[in-house]
Design a protein around this ligand. Structure first.
Ligand SMILES: [Mg+2]
Length: 259
């Protein structure tokens, strides 16, 4: 990494990097404090589309982590940014929670089940058969199929939960149409985030706990990548992938002095 430019801005994944099962990872607080004091642009990323940045700010605050609302970037925001670029002031039928509906309202989208431009699928805990039936019929009638993120399962204290990618597969099976996924590992999520904070990929770094989403998307967006071992990846798994992070570190605590 000797010939790389200094890092002027930071993107970091949330789960497995800053928090784990509702508890801050040691070093996360110091890392965020140093980032805030440095004045460098940064974003905390999550593929979770349930919550608004305001909700996530409050949830992190309760865990003792201070991330300003404007420094939170979700797959719902990336999806909304994508749709605003593609078809400004369009219409969408949405399956999802406030994180997604608020993001779409904020870019001037009209939410409707009458001939929408798009069907937009996000995460919810209450997928209804009626809503999925409506989505299938609207896609069959020509609505374009967009999904916030491809994650097939999500974590919970009791075990795996079916997530957005699994529900998208159901709709794909019923319609024959593949969705466009806006969230990680699509580097679009990084690029839209970098644009939002006025940062450039060649002087930015991405921190994550997963090779197949965080490191892949960061690498494809042209950023330096740091893999932490406080989440899903074990050190011996890194070599199984055809790509590698710029650096593997034990935890976020090891990156405080790089800011
Ligand atoms: Mg993670």
């Amino acid at each position: 990494m000797a010939d790389r430019k200094p890092i002027d801005s930071w993107l970091t994944d949330m789960d497995g990097v800053l928090i784990h099962e509702g508890v801050p990872i040691p070093g996360a607080d110091a890392f965020l404090k140093k980032l805030r004091e440095s004045g460098k642009p940064f974003l905390v990323l999550t593929n979770n589309s349930i919550y608004t940045p305001r909700d996530l700010h409050a949830r992190l605050r309760r865990m003792g982590l201070d991330v300003p609302i404007e420094n939170i970037w979700t797959s719902a925001l990336a999806t909304a940014q994508f749709l605003d670029d593609q078809r400004p002031e369009g219409t969408a039928y949405v399956i999802g929670e406030a994180g997604l509906t608020t993001a779409l309202h904020d870019i001037g989208y009209i939410l409707t089940d009458h001939e929408p431009d798009y069907v937009v699928l996000g995460e919810t805990r209450t997928y209804s058969f009626e809503a999925m039936t409506k989505a299938v019929r609207l896609i069959n009638d020509g609505a374009r199929f967009i999904c916030t993120n491809p994650d097939e399962t999500g974590p919970s204290a009791e075990g795996a939960l079916p997530a957005t990618g699994a529900v998208a597969a159901l709709i794909t099976k019923a319609t024959g149409k593949q969705p466009y996924f806006a969230g990680k590992p699509n580097p679009l999520m990084m690029r839209t985030g970098l644009n939002t904070i006025g940062a450039h990929s060649e002087t930015s770094a991405m921190i994550g706990d997963r090779m197949d989403t965080d490191v892949l998307a960061g690498m494809e967006a042209g950023m330096q990548t740091f893999l932490v071992l406080t989440g899903l990846t074990r050190p011996e798994q890194v070599e199984d992938f055809p790509y590698r992070p710029s650096k593997v570190v034990d935890s976020i605590a090891d990156l405080v002095d790089r800011i």
